[in-house]
Write a protein that binds this ligand. Structure first.
Ligand code: AMP
Length: 280
């Protein structure tokens, strides 16, 4: 595996592979776990070259969020990425991504970026779409791989791709979980012992709602209450949001009669966790 720190180095490394090779790209913020590695492995099966980026993007963190304390271990990440099949690891610093004087922002407007994580993190998706656009321009992949774990992020990025007529296929990969249901996340390392014990309540609550929906309940308010009540059985859980939206548009709904996304964000101490399930 080659490592590139600058845009020029990255493009040169890609050239070394020769012409007409397909490129799969998995953008990450590092501190890699099996969720990230599932994206890389999938990319490996579908492309000639796999590029993985690790960049803790400052513009998607709001004031007072965990940019400084976000976990980092670039050396360990390099070994994991290579073992999973990465051909090129792109490790830019902030000056490389945002050169002095850079003033270009890519923003998807409307409810899709205002709901769910957009309401408690109002500048988050502007940072995400800007950096993903920059990274896609640098790497020029045929396919880019994202996790269903960040369902709203995938919806927003797909909307950006359509809106800007970008030539890249977005591949969404399933959520990888711990044995007790907790979705893998780089932020899980910040959970204290008791918080970690209580954290599986996110997936448990979502699955209870899914079972109820399968048995015939399709009233969104009822299902949201069931999810919130289950999460609130855990004394350390502090709900940021519980919502059920149309899966395609993320529009609000009262009854589920098309695929819906049930999504939650919950704080445990300083750690904010998200999870979701599709009702379809
Ligand atoms: P991050 O480093 O958290 O920005 O995540 C980089 C990519 O990995 C995003 O597309 C995430 O959705 C994806 N990802 C993170 N956690 C998981 C997981 N548990 N399962 C599947 N994909 C994940």
């Amino acid at each position: 595996m080659k490592t590139a720190k600058t845009v020029d180095e990255l493009r040169n490394e890609i050239k070394v592979f020769g012409e007409n090779k397909t490129i799969g790209f998995a953008p990450t913020m590092g501190y890699l776990h099996e969720g990230h590695l599932s994206l890389i492995k999938r990319a490996k099966t579908e492309n000639d070259i796999v590029v993985v980026s690790i960049f803790v993007n400052p513009t998607q963190f709001g004031p007072g969020e965990d940019f400084e304390s976000y976990p980092r271990d670039f050396e360990k990440d390099a070994g994991l990425a290579e073992a999973a099949g990465a051909d090129i690891l792109f490790l830019p610093d902030a000056k490389e991504i945002y050169p002095v004087g850079s003033a270009t922002i890519v923003e998807v407007e409307g409810p899709i970026t205002k709901k769910l994580c957009g309401s408690s993190r109002p500048t988050h998706f502007k940072g995400v779409t800007t950096v993903v656009n920059i990274l896609l321009n640098i790497v020029s992949p045929d396919k880019a791989y994202f996790g269903q774990k960040d369902a709203q992020q995938v919806a927003v990025i797909k909307k950006m791709i359509r809106g800007l007529h970008m030539q890249v296929a977005i591949v969404t990969c399933p959520i990888i979980r711990e044995a007790d249901g907790l979705a893998l996340s780089s932020r899980n390392v910040g959970l204290k012992t008791e918080e970690r014990e209580q954290a599986p309540v996110l997936s448990r609550a979502l699955n209870i709602a899914k079972d109820l929906w399968i048995s015939g309940e399709n009233d969104v308010a009822t299902l949201k209450t069931v999810i919130a009540n289950e999460i609130n059985t855990m004394p350390l859980a502090d709900i940021d949001y519980v919502d059920i939206l149309d899966y395609e548009t993320l529009a609000g709904i009262e009854k589920i009669d098309a695929p819906a996304l049930a999504a939650v964000a919950v704080r445990f101490g300083n750690t904010r966790l998200i999870d979701n399930i599709i009702l379809e």
